[in-house]
Design a protein around this ligand. Structure first.
Ligand SMILES: C[S@@+](CC[C@H](N)C(=O)[O-])C[C@H]1O[C@@H](n2cnc3c(N)ncnc32)[C@H](O)[C@@H]1O
Length: 303
């Protein structure tokens, strides 16, 4: 921590207060990018009126959400309470998405606590009007664990759709060359080898992604103080596959702003919520109190 001596700001509120004067947005405000493409709202994902404030009357073609997983890094609640909270932002997402649209949700499974909240979230999703399409696992390079258990290196990504949204399959190809030969098949009387029949000389990512580097401090995209940052490459793969240029992408949990940055790189628009204040999950607390802790966090993001 020699180069970054500040502690986690949510754990030391006094420092948050001291930094407040350097922050640009207040709780409840929405920043609109001057080019008219993107919006960032200091809002609460679980409140429908906040979603409305962010999107106005626009409809999104893709939602890419990465909520806190109810694990130790963020505030931890009973799993029932957590799923009720998720139900609220999923319902808002459903209202904001176009008739043909995709929803991706990163979600964790706590192996020490019945693998919650992954199965609970999946069951809740069965009640809502989305159709499941894929259950993706992304492999981290660094894991955590003990000598008495398998090292935990996975991150789960659920893919749902409503209607019949775009799926650009070319986005699925990795940079990894196909090296395995075999799987011969007769086509029009000629025996062909696997590579001769395929559209690409690279392998498809499939639903187990092993080719994406986890964000760590030496990477250019790393945002100090963001403890749950998703690699831009993962956001880009999702955005390329499930939207077209000019489409609107929704992300209710901005944190480092990885979805927003990827959307900008790929010529999509992005509306995102920066709700990075720990007590946001208890909206009954007065908004004035939340602002004190929210504003300093804005300072340490790339947005
Ligand atoms: C897992 S992180 C998102 C990481 C992000 N995808 C990235 O790449 O940086 C989840 C974020 O949601 C925030 N959050 C928690 N409750 C929220 C709420 N009610 N509304 C909006 N954001 C909230 C957390 O503070 C945290 O920053």
């Amino acid at each position: 921590m020699q180069n970054h001596p500040l502690p986690r700001l949510d754990e030391v509120p006094e420092i948050g207060v001291a930094l407040q004067k350097h922050c640009r947005l207040q709780r409840g405000e929405v920043w609109a990018d001057p080019s008219g493409k993107h919006r960032v709202g200091c809002l609460d994902a679980s409140l429908w009126e906040d979603s409305q404030k962010l999107v106005g009357g626009d409809a999104a073609q893709l939602a890419l959400h990465d909520p806190p997983y109810n694990l130790v890094a963020f505030e931890k609640r009973g799993v029932g309470e957590f799923v009720d909270w998720c139900r609220r932002w999923v319902a808002s997402t459903n209202r904001v998405l176009a008739n043909d649209a995709s929803l991706y949700v990163w979600i964790g499974a706590d192996q020490n606590e019945g693998f919650q909240p992954l199965p609970d979230f999946i069951l809740m999703m069965r009640e809502i009007g989305f159709h499941p399409r894929s259950f993706i696992t992304m492999r981290n390079q660094r894991g955590y664990g003990t000598q008495k258990n398998w090292m935990a290196v996975r991150q789960e990504l659920l893919y749902y759709v409503k209607g019949s949204p775009v799926f650009n399959v070319e986005a699925e190809y990795t940079d990894i060359p196909k090296i395995l030969r075999g799987y011969y098949k007769e086509v029009n009387g000629i025996v062909t080898e696997n590579l001769e029949r395929s559209n690409s000389d690279k392998i498809r990512a499939g639903n187990v992604w092993v080719d994406i580097q986890q964000v760590f401090y030496r990477m250019e995209e790393n945002v100090n103080g963001c403890y749950a940052q998703k690699p831009l490459k993962s956001c880009e793969r999702i955005i390329r596959a499930s939207s077209n240029p000019g489409d609107l992408v929704l992300d209710y949990f901005a944190h480092s702003g990885s979805t927003l940055i990827s959307a900008e790189i790929l010529g999509r628009r992005c509306y995102t919520i920066f709700g990075d204040w720990n007590i946001s999950v208890t909206p009954e607390k007065p908004a004035g109190k939340t602002a004190i802790r929210l504003q300093p966090r804005l300072n340490k993001t790339a947005i």
